[in-house]
Design a protein. Structure first.
Ligand code: HEC
Length: 166
């Protein structure tokens, strides 16, 4: 478990470092970070959210063993990351095109429709973040488990609308 916690810490540290680079790098304050850097940052962030969710769901699986305190740390990390996530979608990062040759590691799969209803996207991220936060504060496993079920539904619902599969 310690290893997972440390790994998350390292990932979070890498992310913070990247954000500082992304936010502070431009030579002049008016310059925006390059779209590809912002896309990369949000993909790393979503990937780290996914790893944390995987840790929790593994513990909640029938053969898994729930360690509530550890699972709650993961939920809190997810909550924080989901708050930052929707801030990484400036309009120049709207780059998905049908039929284009895309690199899954670096190219965006965000549906261009996301930008035509950004308020909805932002709200979905906020609501998912709040559910993760509630899970991080649940007093007992019986409260924690259904909140993670709700969180998973929020991941899937947002992807159904905003994520292109190829
Ligand atoms: C508010 C909407 C939203 C929510 C909530 C959300 N995602 Fe995502 N997710 C996205 C978008 C948009 C992308 C595509 C990002 C891109 O390619 O630029 C994405 C991409 C991903 C990816 C692919 C990452 C990659 O390598 O490109 C994974 C895995 C993922 N999400 C997992 C999750 C999990 C797990 C949750 C819930 C804990 C979650 N997401 C919640 C919008 C959301």
């Amino acid at each position: 478990m310690r290893l997972h916690v440390r790994l998350n810490g390292a990932l979070a540290g890498a992310f913070v470092g990247l954000m500082i680079a992304v936010l502070a790098d431009p030579a002049s304050a008016q310059d925006q970070p390059a779209a590809k850097d912002t896309i990369f940052a949000r993909k790393i962030l979503m990937g780290a959210i996914d790893m944390n969710m995987d840790e929790i769901e593994t513990m909640l699986a029938p053969e898994g063993q729930l360690m509530l305190a550890d699972a709650q740390e993961h939920a809190e990390t997810i909550s924080t990351m989901l708050m930052a996530f929707p801030h990484l979608f400036p309009p120049p990062t709207n780059q998905w095109k049908p039929g284009a040759d895309r690199d899954p590691a670096t190219d965006t799969f965000a549906n261009p429709g996301l930008w035509s209803n950004f308020a909805d996207f932002y709200q979905r991220a906020t609501e998912a973040s709040k559910i993760a936060w509630s899970a991080s504060r649940a007093k007992r496993a019986e409260e924690f488990r259904p909140l993670i079920g709700q969180l998973r539904q929020r991941c899937n619902a947002c992807h159904a609308l905003n994520l292109k599969t190829q």
